[in-house]
Design a protein. Structure first.
Ligand SMILES: NC(=O)c1ccc[n+]([C@@H]2O[C@H](COP(=O)([O-])OP(=O)(O)OC[C@H]3O[C@@H](n4cnc5c(N)ncnc54)[C@H](OP(=O)(O)O)[C@@H]3O)[C@@H](O)[C@H]2O)c1
Length: 280
């Protein structure tokens, strides 16, 4: 697997983002260095972490071990929910750079809007400063519903480069994807495998058997053909390798339609309007 075969998308900040990355939610901190090293060895060049995951240090260690030049990989982290106040956000971002042992991240996101706390506009002001300082090459949001996005764009200056939201065959999240597209915001699909649950679906099993691919490869390929950015997570070396092998086959229009028709509005994670874990 060479990373040349992973396509990139252009963000509104002018930065290219590899469309396939590697997610490290729930990768235990002590295992992160080894797991991320395995991912880099098989060709991933984009890592999605967060302050909340408590494994930025392991990500940074694996990147340092890899010997890759800084412009050969793309790293995203996210602001923890406890730090939406302006000065807290700036201080938390500095800790992220320390943990990752980097001078800059490629993308920094507000992790959740937390409407009950109602400080995401203030947090965005801090992210705009970080962006202007050059320590983040792009800034974006995560779990923003259309009404959060519209308010942010009404009250601030920089349009988010991405919106990272839950998307998989059981949750198409089409209304959010449409608003993102309308504003040139790239949609990143989190839990692209529905945490593994959608892989049992008989429609996906049928398509996988017909193509001689695994259910995970079929689902991930569906995301790629829809144009979203994905970063499946696995701690299992064989799966880490399987999940990057997506660029030697295509889905037919009928297969794409059959998978999209599985949408039943079913989430594996929290709804952004009610998620209220303040991280404190
Ligand atoms: N912004 C947010 O609020 C948010 C929320 C959730 C996730 N995310 C991001 O999205 C990333 C991915 O989401 P996720 O970790 O929730 O779920 P996911 O990638 O949809 O699924 C991960 C699960 O699927 C299993 N799996 C992976 N590859 C497989 C394969 N080829 N065959 C069978 N099973 C497979 C993994 O098992 P093993 O690990 O045991 O192999 C794990 O249990 C996260 O790591 C994180 O970076 C962001």
């Amino acid at each position: 697997m060479s990373n040349e075969s992973i396509p990139s998308l252009l963000l509104n900040s002018g930065v290219q983002i590899p469309q396939l990355g590697f997610g490290v939610f729930q990768v235990p901190p002590k295992q992160t260095r080894d797991v991320v090293s395995t991912a880099l060895d098989v060709g991933y060049r984009h890592i999605d972490t967060a302050q909340m995951y408590r494994n930025e240090r392991g990500v940074g260690e694996a990147l340092a071990d890899s010997g890759l030049d800084r412009d050969e990989f793309f790293v995203t982290s996210k602001l923890n929910n406890a730090f939406h106040a302006h000065d807290d956000a700036l201080a938390a971002f500095d800790r992220t750079l320390e943990e990752l042992q980097l001078e800059h991240v490629d993308l920094f996101l507000i992790h959740w809007p937390l409407p009950a706390v109602d400080k995401y506009v203030e947090a965005w002001g801090a992210l705009e400063e970080i962006y202007r300082s050059g320590h983040a090459r792009a800034i974006g949001v995560s779990n923003f519903e259309p009404h959060h996005l519209r308010r942010l764009m009404d009250e601030t200056t920089v349009v988010p480069a991405v919106n990272q939201v839950e998307v998989h065959p059981w949750l198409g999240n089409e209304d959010v994807r449409a608003v993102d597209a309308e504003h040139g915001i790239v949609t990143e699909a989190w839990s692209p495998l529905g945490r593994g649950r959608v892989l049992e679906d008989p429609t996906i099993a049928r398509i996988a058997a017909n193509l001689g691919k695994t259910p995970a490869q079929v689902v991930l390929r569906w995301h790629i053909e829809r144009g979203d950015v994905i970063f499946p997570k696995s701690v299992t070396p064989a799966r880490i390798k399987e999940n990057v092998q997506l660029f030697d086959f295509e889905l037919s229009d009928a297969d794409m339609a059959d998978i999209s028709a599985l949408d039943r509005g079913e989430r594996v994670g929290s709804h952004p309007d009610t998620m209220n874990n303040t991280g404190r």
